[in-house]
Design a protein around this ligand. Structure first.
Ligand code: BGC
Length: 456
């Protein structure tokens, strides 16, 4: 049997992408509330004011999950809904919303997995410099304490950040995401370091304040690589690419897995990063690295696609050019199921913690067919091939703990607005009607199959 007995099948979303209710019940503004209302930032100037209206429709969404047999829901807390200014005041109505959500999930046998930060920094904190302000480490700690106090009696799994790479890289370096800044390299490294420290601080606080034993991780993205063949030199070349930057381009640092995982699991930035960029990096103390390297329970990885690598004559990694017409999803991401085998395998071999796939899925241009259903055969194909690879990793002994489909629902896809649909469940935005896509039934049956084997 491939997956472990207690393997968890889930689906994921994030606060700004699904909640809506942007101005209700005392919620403060966050950087996405502001960014989306700046002209030209987002596809057709869409915004998340209403999104999927999950704030009001969470019971319906939970009923859908239950009908699909989903065992865990990964969602994120809106920091500004809980603490409108980011620090200080706590908004009881915000806490009450998440209490209702968590209670309803548990009543329906669905385990909540809570992400503290999926990109929606309170705007008040942004005005004070956001993640560039060294005080952000303690701001995040204060917020983690409030979350632990309010929810850890029922929530057993917490992720600190979602994709620090996007927070820093897209938010502050390329400017594609809120707050839309393009800082200098020096500031880039400083922000990166602050975010990792804030993660470490949150881990400490969560563990200290938790009302029961909890499990903690950080959901990372980053470039995945897989070898062109099983030959040892190709396997090593792809591994090398996965954990080490090859050039002095800052953009490589953004997406390289070693930049996040080496500090948090090994207590040090990759040696070549220091060599290439040491002069631009902030002063890094031993205490900083101890804070960043707080013990975690999982490797938590979002996986969408990867790049094929072969070794050259000297064993150096070379990208294999994709053939013309290579399969890709609506958002233009390549379809490369191999990364679902090699990614978890490389991560498990290097950091030796159980692996959670915290996001995986694809966008397609889905619509409601004449029969009233939403047929998405490409997504079923995508999930079939990616899950096959994950199963292969499990068969070969990679310790896998959970898989979360991205996403439960079509939702606000950041810079693409509502134009990219990643959901297993279709959302008709004008009416907020939900329709289970064919892939939702596929996932339901897939889960059922594994649950049936679990009892054997
Ligand atoms: C993010 C999600 C996003 C998804 C698809 C991940 O990078 O965590 O918020 O919607 O990818 O782009």
């Amino acid at each position: 049997m491939a997956f472990k007995k207690d393997f968890v099948w889930g689906a994921a979303t994030a606060s700004y992408q699904v909640e809506g209710a942007a101005y209700e019940d005392g919620k403060g503004l966050n950087i996405w509330d502001v960014f989306t209302h700046e002209k030209g930032r987002i596809y057709e100037d869409h915004n998340g004011d209403v999104a999927c209206d999950q704030y009001h429709r969470y019971l319906e969404d939970i009923a859908i999950m239950k009908s699909m047999g989903i065992k865990a829901y990964r969602f994120s807390l809106s920091w500004a809904r809980i603490m409108p200014e980011g620090t200080g005041n706590v908004n009881e109505k915000g806490i009450a919303y998440y209490n209702r959500l968590i209670d309803a999930l548990l009543e329906n046998g669905i385990e909540p997995y809570v992400t503290l930060y999926h990109w929606d920094l309170p705007y008040e904190l942004h005005k004070q410099g956001g993640w560039l302000n060294p005080g952000s480490v303690e701001w995040f700690g204060e917020y983690a304490k409030v979350a632990a106090e309010a929810f850890s009696d029922r929530v057993k799994n917490f992720f600190t950040f979602n994709e620090p790479q996007c927070v820093v890289g897209l938010g502050y370096y390329t400017g594609e995401h809120a707050p839309g800044l393009k800082v200098e390299d020096k500031d880039f490294f400083e922000i990166w370091h602050n975010v990792l420290k804030a993660h470490g601080r949150a881990v400490q606080v969560l563990r200290k304040e938790a009302k029961q034993e909890i499990k903690v991780g950080l959901a990372s993205c980053g470039a995945m690589y897989y070898p062109a063949s099983r030959k040892a030199e190709d396997v090593e070349a792809a591994r090398n690419m996965t954990f080490h930057v090859q050039t002095d381009a800052v953009s490589e640092c953004i997406w390289n897995l070693g930049m996040v995982y080496d500090p948090i699991f090994r207590g040090a930035y990759p040696e070549e990063v220091i060599r290439f960029h040491g002069d631009k990096m902030p002063r890094i103390t031993r205490e900083d690295m101890e804070l960043i390297a707080q013990p975690l329970d999982y490797i938590v990885q979002n996986i969408y696609n990867g790049v094929e690598i072969r070794a050259d004559q000297e064993g150096r990694p070379v990208r294999v050019k994709r053939y013309e017409g290579f399969p890709k999803t609506a958002i233009q991401w390549p379809v490369t199921p191999e990364c679902m085998y090699w990614g978890p395998k490389y991560l498990w071999e290097r950091y030796a913690k159980p692996v959670i796939i915290s996001e995986n899925g694809m966008s397609s241009h889905d619509w409601v067919s004449v029969d009233g259903q939403v047929h998405d055969p490409a997504r079923i194909d995508f999930m079939t091939t990616y899950l096959e690879q994950l199963e292969k990793a499990a068969d070969e002994g990679v310790d896998l703990a959970a898989y979360f489909a991205w996403s439960l629902l079509d939702n606000f896809e950041w810079a693409s607005g509502y134009s990219d649909r990643f959901g297993l469940v279709y959302v008709d935005y004008p009416t907020q009607k939900r329709i289970l896509k064919d892939s939702a039934y596929f996932y339901r049956d897939y889960i059922k199959k594994w649950e049936a084997r679990r009892t054997l």
